[in-house]
Design a protein around this ligand. Structure first.
Ligand code: CS2
Length: 490
């Protein structure tokens, strides 16, 4: 079987849809940091559509740590297959939006140089929550983070994303280059503002005049991105090859649903995103809140409760009537009352989430969503819990979801499966377990003491702590079904 690349594409007559534009005429004005599956199934697809209208907005992808995507895609001229799965149906499409992939681990300036090039007008990012190196509770740059500490001490350092971007912006300022837009596409609240804040704080610490220049010359639009993209498996690779008739080292698998809402605040032009289905708006905050607090919160609940119940995928977990009733009641009774989103029927939105979760063909693994809980729980759950508490409202199911995260940590640490905890705070959790296990309350209290996750107010809120500890004990003692049923309205 032939490998997907420019040469084989020219002769290809199989079922996958091909780019409708001439790739030779594509030039790249976007640099994307974090060239993982999500970017390739989301922003790159919108850009692929844009290229048919204006070929000057191609993407230079960059991976900062691992070189595996570059290794897989470079022999394919950066072409790859997008496989959209819905029940028994799979539609395949070859995406050509990525022109080049740079692999630039610390010490390699390739990405900094590319951002500091006159051709680059936009930088987009999908680097996951932890790469922003912020205190999840306060949003401030985390000065304890070892990569930040290294970057602050070495004038040329770029181990961290804030360090790399600040350094590239310093270079643009030095070269007298025009304004630029940096667009976060990660699941953070007010992601543009959150990114601007860590960059501003980093720049203030290294060169206050640069911080002023950045405020005047760089736009950080906020965005809401949505598409469920499970990690690609070897079985997926084999199935996609069989379907398309060519070999692809790294296809991406996704669902039909796709949404991108962007604050229309670009510094130096943008692709014709409004012509390819992207919503451009003055105020992205309500969309972000809706997505983080309904989708991502219920996703985390299904992941942690699903793992406790032995379910491997989200579709398995939501197929369990007890867990499905739980997330529905949590969304309707505890989350919906805190949200106002103009022109969107949130009831329809919730129904569409449940249908998306039930897509068995996706095989979205609960363990994939469970990772990095310390970076995800604050914006997915704790903000809603604080809002409910300050208005005197019940939040029992939200607290149970927090307890399910603690249960996940407790079980992995108690079983000695430390590697099952994929989280930047894993070392801290391990040290906590060494001091407290097997005492469930002592462990739970020590985690709830972490102000960088829970924030000072919630961490000190005794009724919140008691609720989480009660659910944690029930989850461990009576099992997930019994603990969940105790919160359900019949
Ligand atoms: C998921 C998200 O892994 C996770 O934590 O909740 O990646 C989710 O699939 C996307 O945000 C959907 O847009």
């Amino acid at each position: 079987m032939k490998r997907l690349c420019e040469a084989t594409l020219a002769e290809y007559d199989g079922p996958a849809t091909r780019p409708t534009y001439n790739r030779v005429s594509v030039t790249a004005r976007i640099v994307h940091l974090g060239i993982g599956a999500f970017h390739r199934a989301h922003q790159a697809v919108y850009i692929d559509d844009c290229l048919a209208i204006d070929p000057s907005w191609g993407i230079v992808g960059a991976s900062l740590r691992r070189g595996d995507t570059a290794d897989a895609l470079q022999p394919q001229d950066c072409l790859y297959t997008l496989a959209v799965r819905d029940g028994n149906r799979t539609d395949t499409r070859i995406i050509g939006a990525i022109k080049e992939i740079l692999h630039a681990p610390p010490g390699n300036n390739a990405v900094v140089d590319r951002i500091a090039s006159a051709n680059t007008q936009i930088v987009t990012l999908t680097v996951t929550e932890k790469a922003y190196c912020r205190n999840p509770a306060t949003g401030d740059l985390d000065l304890q983070n070892s990569d930040i500490a290294a970057d602050l001490n070495l004038p040329d350092g770029a181990r961290s994303v804030p360090g790399l971007l600040t350094r590239a912006l310093a270079r643009r300022r030095h070269l007298g280059l025009p304004p630029i837009s940096i667009v976060s596409c990660d699941n953070l609240p007010a992601n543009g503002t959150s990114l601007a804040r860590v960059i501003d704080q980093f720049a203030e610490l290294t060169d206050p005049a640069l911080a002023v220049w950045i405020r005047d010359n760089v736009a950080f639009p906020s965005t809401m991105v949505d598409r469920i993209v499970p990690a690609t498996t070897d079985a997926d690779r084999a199935a996609i090859s069989e379907l398309t008739g060519y070999e692809d080292a790294w296809p991406v698998i996704t669902e039909p649903f796709c949404q991108w809402v962007i604050e229309d605040r670009f510094a130096a032009g943008r692709p014709p995103l409004d012509e390819v289905g992207v919503v451009l708006t003055d105020n992205v905050a309500p969309f972000e809140a809706m997505k983080l607090q309904l989708l991502n919160a219920s996703h985390s609940a299904l992941a942690y409760l699903g793992i406790a119940a032995g379910y491997e995928t989200v579709a398995d977990a939501v197929g369990d009537p007890v867990l499905a009733a739980f997330v529905l009641q949590m969304m309707h009774e505890e989350i919906l009352p805190t949200l106002t989103v103009p022109d969107i029927d949130l009831e329809t939105y919730i129904q569409s989430l449940m249908a998306r979760y039930a897509n068995v063909a996706l095989k979205h693994r609960t363990i994939q969503i469970a990772m990095d809980g310390s970076q995800k729980i604050p914006q997915r759950l704790l903000g809603t819990i604080s809002a409910r508490r300050s208005s005197g409202n019940a939040d029992d199911r939200l607290c149970l979801t927090v307890a399910a995260w603690l249960r996940h940590l407790y079980m992995a640490l108690a079983d000695g499966k430390h590697s099952a905890i994929d989280d930047p705070m894993a070392d801290l959790f391990r040290a906590t377990a060494e001091k407290t296990l097997p005492d469930v309350n002592a462990f739970g209290n020590a985690i709830l003491d972490l102000k960088s996750v829970f924030g000072a107010d919630l961490s000190a809120d005794q009724t919140f702590r008691n609720a989480v500890l009660k659910h944690l004990t029930l989850l461990l003692k009576d099992g997930v079904h019994s603990a969940v049923k105790a919160t359900l309205r019949s």
